[in-house]
Design a protein around this ligand. Structure first.
Ligand code: C2E
Ligand code: MG
Ligand code: MG
Ligand code: MG
Length: 275
C-alpha cells in the first residue's frame, strides 16, 4: 500500500513491515546481551565412523535461549549476528567455550576427541581469527588437532583473502572442512583452489537418497571425488537406516544425523558416549 505522507511525498507503508523491523531491533538488542546474560550454550552432535561405529568427533552447534523470545534457532540469529557484526564476539565465545570443553574431556582421558566449529563468512575474513584461535588453544593447553573449522563455500570474489586465511589456519595445524558441500555455485573450483581436508555432503542430497536417483548419483560422485583427492567425507542429516547402509556401501567415512543422535549437551555426550 502506498500512503500519501503530505507535501507530495509518498512512502511505502505496511503494518507488517513495522512490526517485523521492530522485532528485528528487539532481537538484536537481546542478542547483544546474550553472552553476558549466559543465554548461549553449545550442543554437540556426534559424527559416527561408519566402518567401526566409533565416535571421535562432534560438531558444535550454538543454541540461544532468551527469556522473551524463547529458543531462537541459529538460522534466525546467525544471519542477524552476521549483519550486525555481533558474530565476531559470539564466534569467539563459541571457540573459547568449545576449547574449555575439549580440555575437560582430555582430563577425563578423551584426548582423541575433535570438535568442529562453524565459522560464518564474516567471521572467517576477520584478520584476528587465527590469532584468537592460537591464543585460545594455548590457554587450554590443546593441540591444533583438537579443533576443526567448518566453512561454507561463500562468494569467490574474495578468493585471495580466503586463500590467505585458509593457509594460515592450515599452517597452524587445524583441520578444515567444507560445510554444505555441493550447494554453492563453485564447489569444484573451491576444492581445486583451497587447501581443505574434509567435505561435508549437504543434507539436501542425503535426505532423498531412497527416492531420488539424482541424489544417489550426486552423493556417490562427491564420495568418489573425496576418495580421489585424498579428502575425508562426512554425510550430514542422516535419519534412516537405509541411508546408513547406502553410505557404508560407497565407503563414506563418517555420518552425522538424527539416526545416530540429535545435537546434545556436553553432559549427555559424556553419559552416552564415554565412561
Ligand atoms: P550446519 O552447520 O549445516 O549444521 C547442521 C544443521 O543440521 C544443524 O542445525 C543440526 O542440528 C541439523 N541436523 C543435524 N542432523 C540432522 C538430521 O538428521 N536431520 C535434520 N533435519 N537436521 C539435522 P542447527 O543446529 O539449527 O544449525 C543451523 C545452522 O546454523 C548450521 O548449519 C550452521 O550453519 C549455523 N550454526 C550453528 N551453530 C553455529 C555457530 O556456532 N557459529 C556459526 N557461525 N554458525 C552456526
Ligand atoms: Mg556445520
Ligand atoms: Mg554451517
Ligand atoms: Mg551443513
Amino acid at each position: 500500500k502506498v500512503k500519501e505522507s503530505g507535501k507530495g511525498h509518498f512512502r511505502f507503508y505496511s503494518k507488517n513491515m513495522d512490526t517485523d523491523f521492530y522485532n528485528y531491533l528487539m532481537l538484536e538488542a537481546h542478542l547483544r546481551r546474550a553472552i553476558e546474560k549466559n543465554e548461549l550454550t553449545i550442543n554437540y552432535q556426534p559424527q559416527v565412523q561408519l566402518k567401526t561405529g566409533r565416535i571421535k568427533s562432534f560438531e558444535a552447534l550454538l543454541r540461544w535461549h532468551n527469556p522473551k523470545f524463547g529458543n531462537v534457532p541459529p538460522l534466525k540469529f546467525i544471519p542477524l549476528a552476521e549483519e550486525t557484526g555481533l558474530i565476531i564476539p559470539i564466534g569467539e565465545w563459541v571457540i573459547n567455550h568449545v576449547c574449555a570443553q575439549l580440555a575437560k574431556w582430555r582430563k577425563k582421558g578423551r584426548a582423541d576427541i575433535r570438535v568442529a566449529v562453524n565459522i560464518s563468512p564474516k567471521q572467517f575474513l576477520d584478520p584476528g581469527l587465527p590469532g584468537f584461535i592460537g591464543k585460545t588453544l594455548r590457554k587450554y593447553g590443546l593441540p591444533p588437532s583438537a579443533l576443526e573449522i567448518e566453512i561454507t563455500e561463500g562468494a569467490m570474489e574474495d578468493k585471495d583473502n580466503i586463500l590467505k586465511m585458509l593457509n594460515r589456519l592450515k599452517n597452524m595445524g587445524l583441520t578444515i572442512s567444507v560445510d554444505d558441500f555441493g550447494t554453492g555455485y563453485s564447489s569444484l573450483n573451491y576444492i581445486k583452489k583451497f587447501p581443505v581436508d574434509i567435505l561435508k555432503i549437504d543434507q539436501s542430497f542425503v535426505r532423498e537418497l531412497q527416492i531420488s536417483k539424482k541424489d544417489v548419483a550426486i552423493t556417490k560422485t562427491i564420495i568418489h571425488l573425496a576418495h580421489h583427492l585424498g579428502l575425508e567425507v562426512v554425510a550430514e542429516g542422516v535419519e534412516e537406516k537405509e541411508q546408513v547402509q547406502f553410505l557404508r556401501s560407497v565407503r563414506c567415512q563418517k555420518a552425522q544425523g538424527y539416526f545416530f543422535s540429535r545435537p546434545i549437551t556436553a553432559e549427555e555426550v559424556e553419559k552416552r558416549f564415554f565412561l
